[in-house]
Design a binder for this molecule. Structure first.
Ligand code: ADP
Ligand code: ZN
Length: 630
């Protein structure tokens, strides 16, 4: 992490609040304190009794009330004025002194000082200190903070751009594992920031903006920080959503401010995360967002405004590049695009190693194997997996994490924590065993499946009652039609095993069905792998980095045909799975029973039973064993 130095925000609103508080204090606490005499209300009867008892010391008859004190006391009493003939007479007789001012009034001069001069003096002092502090932190540049222009005066419209001063302990490229292409691409920018002269001489200009594009958690922010760290320049960072404010015009003013600061600190890196929040395509029609558009326009203006070689490089990250406004990506703006993809096997291994440096782990951890198990995980997820493993080691009272910890944390990330106290009935447990072994067996009996790594029937918090983990052998960039078909067959294997063994089916296959259907549909609509439609794109992917939603692009007629084709495709694979399981029923039984007892079995144990059985079958010519099973 780089140490960030936040711009102190002392909006004037706080100042006014303090002032108000002080006025209230003065009026409610101080002023009554000065007229310290408190007055007690009494009824007229009491007053008359005291008069008759000749107890009254001083008395003041006012227009609507009477105030008096008693002999030998300072306490002032007051009561309402009544129609009382002869009151003055009686008072006089009782020996009371008539007074014109029992309650002392504060002198006009004192109250003037108290109500007017004192607050002004106090505010001036507070204001002076606030201003001094602000000037110190802003290097004097914003001494017009109070007053000057309307908005600035209220502390609004100021940018919250965090200033990362010289990322001293900053992130370097070596902290970002994998992503070699992205690093190579960005290294040029680091070079440029080191020695802009070299580029200026030859007349080359750096791209002003670089767009880092990729799924969440792949290290885009890290890469941007690493560029600043490598070049040893200040790093300004802001999230796109921070620009979009409630008031129209404030986002634009923030952009202006950010660039003003950046130009002063050049060479530097400005990083805008989630740029799609402001850079979304501007569309005509009613649903426009004025604030966002103004902010975007301001950003475009700023980018056009500075000349090519002034040392400010803007990096922006997004995971929905297709939604960006074309104006933003045209030459001269964010014209360079650096893909930051999910890490491949090697990348995953490296990321695991980078993060494992932060924890203590056993010497014999095979990171390659762990990386293979964590197929499809992003950098952020891998970092999380390593941390989970360390936490698990602590929980178990061990001094270091083991490979088992890492494997378990992958499962935690994939399927959630083990549900220790979920109680399945024996029948349910048996169904789950058959279901999982069904998947594993179908996978193992096909040529194009990934090997089985682990089968377990311990329920997880995600709702999974068990699962079969398959692990790819190496890197995989292309998937063949056969592999996809085998995957679908494997997915249907769970349900098929239930049918073969119990002749009835359960709800446990819903997730499998969903995945199988999705794969089948993709084969037909996107990969051109069906005989009926051929190489025609029937679907377009709208959100490739965020789950990959697809929208159909064909006539209703074709849609009906697609649906039919999907059903047929999945059903064919389902039949294949059924055939495989029927053929290997004895093995299905044996492994399912083994799993039922042990709850978790490894891929090796699985293969051992499978192969041992095969040998036994071939040597003893089968019939005896099959007879005993039936
Ligand atoms: P993004 O901005 O792409 O969403 P971040 O850069 O914020 O992702 O990454 C989040 C976290 O994931 C980082 O703090 C880091 O711990 C981890 N991480 C992601 N990618 C990598 C990588 N390539 N190497 C090392 N750590 C990574
Ligand atoms: Zn299943």
């Amino acid at each position: 992490m780089v140490d960030e130095q936040k711009e102190p925000k002392t909006p004037l609103i706080t100042f006014y609040l303090i002032a108000l508080a002080i006025i209230l204090c003065l009026n409610f606490i101080l002023v009554p304190f000065m007229n310290h005499q408190t007055i007690e209300d009494v009824d007229y009867g009491t007053f008359m009794t005291e008069t008759d008892n000749k107890n009254i010391d001083e008395v003041e008859i006012m227009t609507n009330k009477i105030r008096y004190t008693l002999k030998g006391s300072d306490q002032v009493y007051q009561t309402g004025l009544m129609e009382d003939a002869g009151l003055v007479e009686r008072l006089h007789e009782s020996g009371a002194k008539f007074s014109s001012e029992i309650v002392e009034q504060t002198s006009p001069f004192l109250s003037f000082v108290l109500y007017w001069i004192l607050p002004i003096v106090i505010f001036s002092i507070i204001g002076y200190f606030l201003r001094k502090q602000m000037m110190k932190s802003l290097g004097g540049e914003n001494s017009m903070m109070f007053g000057a222009d309307g908005f600035g005066g209220l502390g609004m419209g100021k940018s919250n751009a965090r200033v990362y001063v010289k990322s001293s302990d900053g992130i370097k490229f070596s902290d970002v594992a994998g992503e070699e292409e992205a690093k190579e691409n960005l290294a040029e920018i680091v070079n440029y920031l080191h020695d802009p002269e070299k580029y200026r001489e030859i007349g080359a200009s750096m791209p002003k903006g670089v767009l880092l594009v990729g799924p969440p958690g792949t290290g885009k922010t890290m890469l941007a920080k690493a560029v600043a760290g490598e070049a040893n320049v200040p790093f300004f960072s802001m999230s796109g959503s921070e620009f979009v404010e409630m008031f129209v015009g404030m986002g634009a003013s923030k952009v202006r401010d950010l660039f003003k600061q950046a130009k002063e600190k050049a060479p530097c890196i400005v990083f805008i995360d989630e740029i799609d929040a402001i850079g979304k395509k501007r569309e005509g029609g009613l649903s426009t967002n004025d604030e966002r558009e103004q902010t975007l326009n301001q950003l475009l203006t700023e980018m056009d405004g500075f000349e090519g070689n002034n040392g400010v490089i803007i990096l922006a990250a997004t995971n929905r590049p297709e939604s960006l406004d074309p104006a933003l990506t045209r030459p001269g703006r964010f014209d360079r695009r650096v893909p930051v993809e999910l890490p491949d096997l090697k990348g995953r291994e490296d990321i695991l190693k980078v993060h494992a440096k932060k924890i203590k782990y056993a010497d014999n951890v095979d990171f390659n194997k762990v990386a293979r198990m964590a197929a499809g995980a992003s950098g952020a997820e891998l970092a999380n997996i390593v941390n989970e493993a360390a936490l698990r080691a602590v929980r178990d009272g061990r001094k270091f994490a083991t490979e088992a910890d890492l494997e378990e944390s992958i499962e935690v990330v994939i399927a959630g924590y083990q549900k220790k106290n979920a109680i399945l009935s024996n029948k349910e447990k048996l169904v789950v065993s058959y279901h999982e072994v069904g998947h594993a067996l179908v996978a193992a009996k096909q040529k194009h499946s990934e090997p089985v790594q682990k089968i377990t029937i311990i329920p997880r918090t995600s709702g999974a009652l068990g699962y079969t983990m398959q692990v790819e052998e190496g890197n995989h960039y292309l998937v063949s039609r056969e592999e996809l078909l085998d995957q679908i067959a494997t997915l249907t294997g769970g349900r098929a095993a239930e049918e073969v063994e119990f002749g009835s089916i359960s709800t446990g296959a819903s997730n499998d069905i969903e995945k199988a259907t999705k794969l089948a549909r993709e084969m037909i609509t996107r990969y051109g792998m069906s005989d009926d439609f051929g190489m025609v794109a029937l679907e377009t992917v709208t959100n490739q980095y965020l789950g990959g939603d697809a929208s159909l692009a064909c006539s209703p007629d074709t849609q009906t045909k697609i649906d039919e084709a999907v059903v047929a495709l999945v059903e064919k694979q389902h039949q294949k799975a059924l055939d495989i399981l029927k053929e290997n029923k004895p093995k299905l039984d044996e492994i399912a029973k083994f799993l039922y007892e042990k709850e978790t079995i490894t891929g090796e144990e699985f293969m051992k039973i499978l192969e041992a059985k095969e040998e036994a079958l071939t040597t003893s010519e089968a019939p005896t064993t099959e007879g005993s099973e039936a």
